[in-house]
Design a protein around this ligand. Structure first.
Ligand SMILES: Cc1cc2nc3c(=O)[nH]c(=O)nc-3n(C[C@H](O)[C@H](O)[C@H](O)COP(=O)(O)OP(=O)(O)OC[C@H]3O[C@@H](n4cnc5c(N)ncnc54)[C@H](O)[C@@H]3O)c2cc1C
Length: 330
Protein backbone atom coordinates (compact mmCIF):
# COMPACT_ATOMS: atom_id res chain seq x y z
CA UNK A 1 0.00 0.00 0.00
CA UNK A 2 3.04 2.22 -0.40
CA UNK A 3 2.11 5.85 -0.88
CA UNK A 4 -1.63 5.29 -0.50
CA UNK A 5 -3.27 6.48 2.67
CA UNK A 6 -6.51 7.85 4.13
CA UNK A 7 -10.14 6.99 3.62
CA UNK A 8 -12.03 9.16 1.16
CA UNK A 9 -15.74 9.53 0.77
CA UNK A 10 -17.27 11.15 -2.29
CA UNK A 11 -20.00 13.42 -0.91
CA UNK A 12 -23.17 14.30 -2.78
CA UNK A 13 -25.20 17.48 -2.74
CA UNK A 14 -28.60 18.33 -4.15
CA UNK A 15 -29.87 21.86 -4.57
CA UNK A 16 -26.86 23.07 -2.59
CA UNK A 17 -27.51 20.82 0.42
CA UNK A 18 -25.55 17.75 1.49
CA UNK A 19 -27.47 14.58 0.58
CA UNK A 20 -28.25 12.12 3.39
CA UNK A 21 -26.18 9.34 1.81
CA UNK A 22 -23.09 11.43 2.54
CA UNK A 23 -23.68 11.10 6.29
CA UNK A 24 -23.99 7.33 5.88
CA UNK A 25 -20.66 7.38 4.04
CA UNK A 26 -19.17 9.32 6.96
CA UNK A 27 -20.21 6.55 9.37
CA UNK A 28 -18.81 3.86 7.08
CA UNK A 29 -15.59 5.76 6.40
CA UNK A 30 -14.98 6.78 9.99
CA UNK A 31 -14.91 3.17 11.22
CA UNK A 32 -12.39 2.26 8.51
CA UNK A 33 -10.23 5.32 9.16
CA UNK A 34 -10.16 4.50 12.87
CA UNK A 35 -9.24 0.88 12.18
CA UNK A 36 -6.36 2.05 9.98
CA UNK A 37 -5.40 5.04 12.17
CA UNK A 38 -5.66 7.22 9.09
CA UNK A 39 -7.64 10.32 8.19
CA UNK A 40 -11.23 10.52 7.00
CA UNK A 41 -11.39 12.85 4.03
CA UNK A 42 -14.38 14.00 2.04
CA UNK A 43 -14.48 15.32 -1.49
CA UNK A 44 -17.34 17.19 -3.14
CA UNK A 45 -17.80 18.39 -6.69
CA UNK A 46 -20.11 21.28 -7.40
CA UNK A 47 -20.54 24.99 -7.63
CA UNK A 48 -20.79 27.33 -4.65
CA UNK A 49 -20.94 24.48 -2.14
CA UNK A 50 -17.90 25.36 -0.05
CA UNK A 51 -19.87 26.58 2.98
CA UNK A 52 -22.21 23.61 2.93
CA UNK A 53 -19.31 21.15 2.55
CA UNK A 54 -17.62 22.72 5.59
CA UNK A 55 -20.41 21.27 7.74
CA UNK A 56 -18.82 17.85 7.42
CA UNK A 57 -16.05 18.85 9.84
CA UNK A 58 -18.62 18.84 12.60
CA UNK A 59 -19.40 15.19 11.80
CA UNK A 60 -15.81 14.12 12.36
CA UNK A 61 -14.41 14.44 8.84
CA UNK A 62 -10.81 15.65 9.11
CA UNK A 63 -10.24 17.14 5.69
CA UNK A 64 -12.68 18.40 3.06
CA UNK A 65 -11.90 19.04 -0.60
CA UNK A 66 -14.26 20.83 -2.93
CA UNK A 67 -13.75 20.80 -6.68
CA UNK A 68 -15.46 23.95 -7.90
CA UNK A 69 -16.66 24.92 -11.33
CA UNK A 70 -20.04 26.21 -12.55
CA UNK A 71 -20.14 23.22 -14.91
CA UNK A 72 -20.03 20.87 -11.92
CA UNK A 73 -23.29 22.21 -10.50
CA UNK A 74 -25.08 19.09 -11.74
CA UNK A 75 -23.65 15.60 -11.88
CA UNK A 76 -22.13 14.77 -15.25
CA UNK A 77 -20.22 11.54 -15.77
CA UNK A 78 -17.62 12.98 -18.15
CA UNK A 79 -16.81 15.99 -15.98
CA UNK A 80 -17.02 14.34 -12.57
CA UNK A 81 -15.15 11.28 -13.85
CA UNK A 82 -12.28 13.33 -15.24
CA UNK A 83 -11.96 15.52 -12.13
CA UNK A 84 -12.08 12.66 -9.67
CA UNK A 85 -9.69 10.50 -11.65
CA UNK A 86 -7.18 13.35 -11.65
CA UNK A 87 -7.40 14.23 -7.98
CA UNK A 88 -7.40 10.60 -6.82
CA UNK A 89 -4.33 9.89 -8.98
CA UNK A 90 -2.55 12.85 -7.39
CA UNK A 91 -3.57 12.42 -3.75
CA UNK A 92 -3.51 8.61 -3.65
CA UNK A 93 -6.15 7.72 -1.06
CA UNK A 94 -6.08 4.15 0.22
CA UNK A 95 -9.87 3.75 0.17
CA UNK A 96 -12.55 5.57 -1.86
CA UNK A 97 -16.22 5.12 -0.95
CA UNK A 98 -19.24 6.35 -2.87
CA UNK A 99 -22.96 5.95 -2.26
CA UNK A 100 -24.71 3.33 -4.40
CA UNK A 101 -26.85 6.12 -5.81
CA UNK A 102 -27.60 7.11 -9.40
CA UNK A 103 -24.34 9.05 -9.30
CA UNK A 104 -22.09 6.68 -7.35
CA UNK A 105 -23.25 3.50 -9.08
CA UNK A 106 -22.25 5.00 -12.43
CA UNK A 107 -19.24 7.07 -11.44
CA UNK A 108 -17.54 4.51 -9.16
CA UNK A 109 -16.95 1.78 -11.77
CA UNK A 110 -15.86 4.34 -14.38
CA UNK A 111 -13.21 5.82 -12.09
CA UNK A 112 -12.09 2.39 -10.91
CA UNK A 113 -11.60 1.32 -14.52
CA UNK A 114 -9.67 4.46 -15.41
CA UNK A 115 -7.45 4.10 -12.33
CA UNK A 116 -6.81 0.45 -13.12
CA UNK A 117 -8.28 -0.76 -9.85
CA UNK A 118 -11.41 -2.72 -8.96
CA UNK A 119 -14.59 -1.77 -7.16
CA UNK A 120 -17.26 -3.70 -5.29
CA UNK A 121 -20.66 -2.08 -5.73
CA UNK A 122 -23.74 -2.09 -3.51
CA UNK A 123 -21.92 -3.10 -0.31
CA UNK A 124 -23.84 -3.53 2.93
CA UNK A 125 -20.85 -4.00 5.24
CA UNK A 126 -17.23 -2.90 5.22
CA UNK A 127 -14.31 -3.92 7.38
CA UNK A 128 -10.53 -3.94 7.38
CA UNK A 129 -8.68 -7.21 7.02
CA UNK A 130 -6.47 -6.98 10.08
CA UNK A 131 -3.57 -9.00 8.70
CA UNK A 132 -2.94 -6.97 5.55
CA UNK A 133 -5.08 -3.86 5.93
CA UNK A 134 -7.19 -4.55 2.84
CA UNK A 135 -10.81 -3.49 2.60
CA UNK A 136 -13.28 -6.34 3.06
CA UNK A 137 -16.43 -5.56 1.14
CA UNK A 138 -19.65 -7.48 1.81
CA UNK A 139 -22.58 -7.48 -0.58
CA UNK A 140 -25.64 -9.64 -1.25
CA UNK A 141 -25.00 -12.17 -4.01
CA UNK A 142 -26.96 -14.86 -5.87
CA UNK A 143 -30.13 -12.81 -5.89
CA UNK A 144 -29.84 -11.98 -2.23
CA UNK A 145 -29.73 -15.51 -0.77
CA UNK A 146 -26.14 -15.16 0.39
CA UNK A 147 -23.61 -12.52 1.32
CA UNK A 148 -20.23 -12.46 -0.41
CA UNK A 149 -17.11 -10.90 1.08
CA UNK A 150 -14.69 -9.48 -1.47
CA UNK A 151 -11.06 -8.58 -1.07
CA UNK A 152 -8.49 -7.57 -3.63
CA UNK A 153 -5.21 -5.78 -3.67
CA UNK A 154 -5.93 -3.01 -6.21
CA UNK A 155 -5.41 0.58 -5.11
CA UNK A 156 -7.27 2.61 -4.21
CA UNK A 157 -9.67 0.11 -2.67
CA UNK A 158 -13.10 1.18 -3.87
CA UNK A 159 -16.71 0.44 -2.96
CA UNK A 160 -20.18 1.87 -3.32
CA UNK A 161 -22.46 1.43 -0.33
CA UNK A 162 -26.14 0.61 -0.36
CA UNK A 163 -28.33 3.33 1.10
CA UNK A 164 -29.38 2.85 4.71
CA UNK A 165 -26.79 0.13 5.28
CA UNK A 166 -25.04 2.49 7.68
CA UNK A 167 -26.67 4.84 10.13
CA UNK A 168 -26.14 8.51 9.32
CA UNK A 169 -23.28 10.11 11.25
CA UNK A 170 -24.18 12.40 14.11
CA UNK A 171 -22.68 15.81 14.80
CA UNK A 172 -19.71 15.37 17.13
CA UNK A 173 -18.12 18.80 17.37
CA UNK A 174 -18.80 22.46 16.67
CA UNK A 175 -15.34 23.16 15.33
CA UNK A 176 -14.88 23.87 11.67
CA UNK A 177 -11.77 24.13 9.55
CA UNK A 178 -11.07 25.52 6.15
CA UNK A 179 -12.19 23.59 3.12
CA UNK A 180 -9.53 23.02 0.44
CA UNK A 181 -11.15 24.47 -2.64
CA UNK A 182 -9.68 23.52 -6.01
CA UNK A 183 -10.92 25.44 -9.00
CA UNK A 184 -10.79 23.02 -11.87
CA UNK A 185 -10.31 23.77 -15.52
CA UNK A 186 -12.70 21.71 -17.60
CA UNK A 187 -12.00 23.34 -20.94
CA UNK A 188 -10.33 20.27 -22.46
CA UNK A 189 -12.88 17.74 -21.24
CA UNK A 190 -15.15 16.24 -23.86
CA UNK A 191 -18.68 16.41 -22.52
CA UNK A 192 -20.73 13.73 -24.24
CA UNK A 193 -23.72 13.88 -21.91
CA UNK A 194 -25.85 17.01 -21.66
CA UNK A 195 -28.49 17.63 -19.05
CA UNK A 196 -31.64 18.72 -20.87
CA UNK A 197 -34.08 19.00 -18.00
CA UNK A 198 -34.70 17.98 -14.40
CA UNK A 199 -38.14 16.61 -13.61
CA UNK A 200 -39.07 16.26 -9.96
CA UNK A 201 -40.51 12.87 -9.09
CA UNK A 202 -43.98 13.30 -7.63
CA UNK A 203 -44.55 11.08 -4.62
CA UNK A 204 -47.85 10.93 -2.83
CA UNK A 205 -47.20 11.19 0.90
CA UNK A 206 -43.88 10.37 2.54
CA UNK A 207 -41.17 8.59 0.56
CA UNK A 208 -40.55 5.07 1.85
CA UNK A 209 -36.79 5.58 2.26
CA UNK A 210 -37.29 8.79 4.24
CA UNK A 211 -40.26 7.71 6.35
CA UNK A 212 -39.93 7.84 10.13
CA UNK A 213 -42.74 5.32 10.46
CA UNK A 214 -43.42 2.43 8.09
CA UNK A 215 -46.44 0.15 8.12
CA UNK A 216 -45.55 -2.94 6.08
CA UNK A 217 -47.82 -5.79 5.12
CA UNK A 218 -47.15 -9.34 4.04
CA UNK A 219 -48.94 -12.36 2.64
CA UNK A 220 -51.07 -12.43 5.77
CA UNK A 221 -52.92 -9.32 4.56
CA UNK A 222 -54.62 -11.49 1.97
CA UNK A 223 -55.44 -9.05 -0.84
CA UNK A 224 -55.09 -5.53 -2.23
CA UNK A 225 -58.14 -4.36 -0.26
CA UNK A 226 -56.40 -5.27 2.98
CA UNK A 227 -53.49 -3.04 2.02
CA UNK A 228 -55.87 -0.08 1.84
CA UNK A 229 -56.42 -0.49 5.58
CA UNK A 230 -52.66 -0.52 6.21
CA UNK A 231 -52.26 2.49 3.95
CA UNK A 232 -54.83 4.37 6.00
CA UNK A 233 -52.87 3.59 9.17
CA UNK A 234 -49.59 4.60 7.51
CA UNK A 235 -51.05 7.92 6.36
CA UNK A 236 -52.58 8.58 9.75
CA UNK A 237 -49.16 8.12 11.34
CA UNK A 238 -47.62 10.35 8.64
CA UNK A 239 -45.60 7.37 7.54
CA UNK A 240 -45.27 5.22 4.44
CA UNK A 241 -46.60 1.87 3.29
CA UNK A 242 -44.20 -1.02 2.69
CA UNK A 243 -44.59 -4.69 1.83
CA UNK A 244 -42.92 -8.07 1.80
CA UNK A 245 -42.00 -9.71 -1.46
CA UNK A 246 -44.86 -12.18 -1.11
CA UNK A 247 -47.35 -9.30 -1.11
CA UNK A 248 -45.67 -7.65 -4.11
CA UNK A 249 -45.44 -10.93 -6.03
CA UNK A 250 -49.17 -11.38 -5.51
CA UNK A 251 -49.73 -8.03 -7.22
CA UNK A 252 -51.45 -6.47 -4.19
CA UNK A 253 -48.97 -3.60 -4.10
CA UNK A 254 -46.27 -2.33 -6.49
CA UNK A 255 -42.78 -3.81 -6.24
CA UNK A 256 -41.46 -0.28 -5.65
CA UNK A 257 -42.48 -0.66 -2.00
CA UNK A 258 -40.90 -4.08 -1.46
CA UNK A 259 -38.64 -4.14 1.56
CA UNK A 260 -35.81 -6.60 1.88
CA UNK A 261 -32.58 -7.78 0.42
CA UNK A 262 -33.95 -7.58 -3.13
CA UNK A 263 -36.09 -4.55 -2.34
CA UNK A 264 -35.46 -1.42 -0.35
CA UNK A 265 -33.43 -1.14 2.82
CA UNK A 266 -35.12 1.13 5.31
CA UNK A 267 -34.19 2.48 8.72
CA UNK A 268 -37.28 4.18 10.16
CA UNK A 269 -37.88 5.04 13.78
CA UNK A 270 -40.80 2.59 13.93
CA UNK A 271 -41.47 -0.39 11.65
CA UNK A 272 -44.87 -2.01 12.02
CA UNK A 273 -44.82 -5.42 10.31
CA UNK A 274 -48.30 -6.82 9.75
CA UNK A 275 -48.87 -10.39 8.55
CA UNK A 276 -45.17 -10.82 7.80
CA UNK A 277 -43.47 -14.00 8.99
CA UNK A 278 -39.96 -12.55 9.38
CA UNK A 279 -37.92 -14.30 6.67
CA UNK A 280 -34.26 -13.29 6.72
CA UNK A 281 -34.53 -11.77 3.23
CA UNK A 282 -37.23 -9.45 4.50
CA UNK A 283 -35.66 -8.67 7.86
CA UNK A 284 -32.34 -7.65 6.35
CA UNK A 285 -34.25 -4.77 4.78
CA UNK A 286 -35.79 -3.49 8.01
CA UNK A 287 -33.51 -4.63 10.83
CA UNK A 288 -32.02 -1.14 11.14
CA UNK A 289 -35.38 0.20 12.34
CA UNK A 290 -35.10 1.54 15.87
CA UNK A 291 -38.30 -0.18 16.97
CA UNK A 292 -39.99 -3.12 15.26
CA UNK A 293 -43.60 -3.93 16.12
CA UNK A 294 -44.96 -7.22 14.78
CA UNK A 295 -48.64 -8.07 14.38
CA UNK A 296 -49.11 -11.73 13.54
CA UNK A 297 -51.72 -14.34 14.36
CA UNK A 298 -49.11 -17.11 14.74
CA UNK A 299 -47.42 -16.93 18.17
CA UNK A 300 -44.50 -18.93 16.74
CA UNK A 301 -43.87 -16.60 13.80
CA UNK A 302 -40.09 -15.97 13.58
CA UNK A 303 -40.65 -12.21 13.44
CA UNK A 304 -41.47 -12.18 17.15
CA UNK A 305 -37.85 -13.12 17.85
CA UNK A 306 -36.65 -9.98 16.10
CA UNK A 307 -39.31 -7.49 17.09
CA UNK A 308 -39.25 -5.22 20.12
CA UNK A 309 -43.02 -5.40 20.59
CA UNK A 310 -45.40 -8.07 19.41
CA UNK A 311 -49.16 -8.37 19.10
CA UNK A 312 -50.51 -11.90 18.59
CA UNK A 313 -53.77 -11.62 16.75
CA UNK A 314 -55.64 -11.26 13.49
CA UNK A 315 -54.61 -7.99 11.86
CA UNK A 316 -58.21 -7.48 10.70
CA UNK A 317 -59.11 -6.96 14.35
CA UNK A 318 -55.88 -5.44 15.66
CA UNK A 319 -55.20 -2.78 13.01
CA UNK A 320 -58.68 -1.17 12.88
CA UNK A 321 -58.80 -1.20 16.70
CA UNK A 322 -55.37 0.48 16.84
CA UNK A 323 -56.46 3.11 14.32
CA UNK A 324 -59.68 3.78 16.24
CA UNK A 325 -57.69 4.19 19.44
CA UNK A 326 -55.29 6.63 17.79
CA UNK A 327 -58.19 8.67 16.44
CA UNK A 328 -59.89 8.72 19.83
CA UNK A 329 -56.74 10.22 21.36
CA UNK A 330 -56.88 13.28 19.13
C1 LIG B 1 -33.44 -14.67 -3.48
C2 LIG B 1 -34.58 -14.25 -2.62
C3 LIG B 1 -34.74 -12.91 -2.35
C4 LIG B 1 -35.81 -12.48 -1.56
N1 LIG B 1 -35.96 -11.16 -1.30
C5 LIG B 1 -36.97 -10.77 -0.50
C6 LIG B 1 -37.15 -9.40 -0.18
O1 LIG B 1 -36.41 -8.51 -0.61
N2 LIG B 1 -38.17 -9.06 0.62
C7 LIG B 1 -39.03 -9.99 1.14
O2 LIG B 1 -39.95 -9.60 1.88
N3 LIG B 1 -38.88 -11.28 0.84
C8 LIG B 1 -37.90 -11.69 0.03
N4 LIG B 1 -37.79 -13.00 -0.29
C9 LIG B 1 -38.87 -13.91 0.11
C10 LIG B 1 -38.75 -14.37 1.55
O3 LIG B 1 -37.93 -15.50 1.63
C11 LIG B 1 -40.14 -14.75 2.10
O4 LIG B 1 -40.71 -15.73 1.28
C12 LIG B 1 -41.10 -13.58 2.17
O5 LIG B 1 -40.49 -12.50 2.85
C13 LIG B 1 -42.35 -14.00 2.91
O6 LIG B 1 -43.26 -12.95 2.93
P1 LIG B 1 -44.36 -12.87 4.06
O7 LIG B 1 -43.71 -12.81 5.39
O8 LIG B 1 -45.27 -11.77 3.67
O9 LIG B 1 -45.18 -14.22 3.84
P2 LIG B 1 -45.25 -15.52 4.73
O10 LIG B 1 -43.91 -16.03 5.05
O11 LIG B 1 -46.20 -16.42 4.05
O12 LIG B 1 -45.88 -15.02 6.10
C14 LIG B 1 -47.18 -14.57 6.24
C15 LIG B 1 -47.42 -14.32 7.71
O13 LIG B 1 -48.69 -13.75 7.89
C16 LIG B 1 -49.26 -14.27 9.07
N5 LIG B 1 -50.71 -14.12 8.95
C17 LIG B 1 -51.57 -14.76 8.11
N6 LIG B 1 -52.82 -14.29 8.26
C18 LIG B 1 -52.77 -13.34 9.23
C19 LIG B 1 -53.74 -12.52 9.85
N7 LIG B 1 -55.03 -12.53 9.46
N8 LIG B 1 -53.33 -11.66 10.82
C20 LIG B 1 -52.03 -11.61 11.23
N9 LIG B 1 -51.07 -12.39 10.67
C21 LIG B 1 -51.43 -13.24 9.69
C22 LIG B 1 -48.81 -15.71 9.10
O14 LIG B 1 -48.86 -16.22 10.42
C23 LIG B 1 -47.39 -15.59 8.56
O15 LIG B 1 -46.46 -15.44 9.62
C24 LIG B 1 -36.73 -13.44 -1.04
C25 LIG B 1 -36.52 -14.79 -1.30
C26 LIG B 1 -35.46 -15.19 -2.08
C27 LIG B 1 -35.27 -16.65 -2.34
Amino acid sequence: MKGHKDVWIVGETKDGKIESVTFELVTAGKALAQALSEKLVSIFLGNGIEEEARNLFSYGVEEVYVLENPELANYNLDLYGTCLEKVISEKKPRIVLLGHTDMGAELGPVIAFRLGTSIVTDCVELAIDESKGFLLRTKPIQGGVALGVFRDEGLPQMATIRRKSFLPAERVTDSYQDVSVMNVDLSGVRKRIHLLDRIKEETAGVKLEDAEIIVAGGRGIGDAEGFKVLDELARYLKGALGASRAACDNGWVPTSIQIGITGKIVAPRVYIAVGISGASQHMSGCSRARTIVAINKDPNAPIFKQSHFGVIGDWKIVVPAFLDKLKSLE
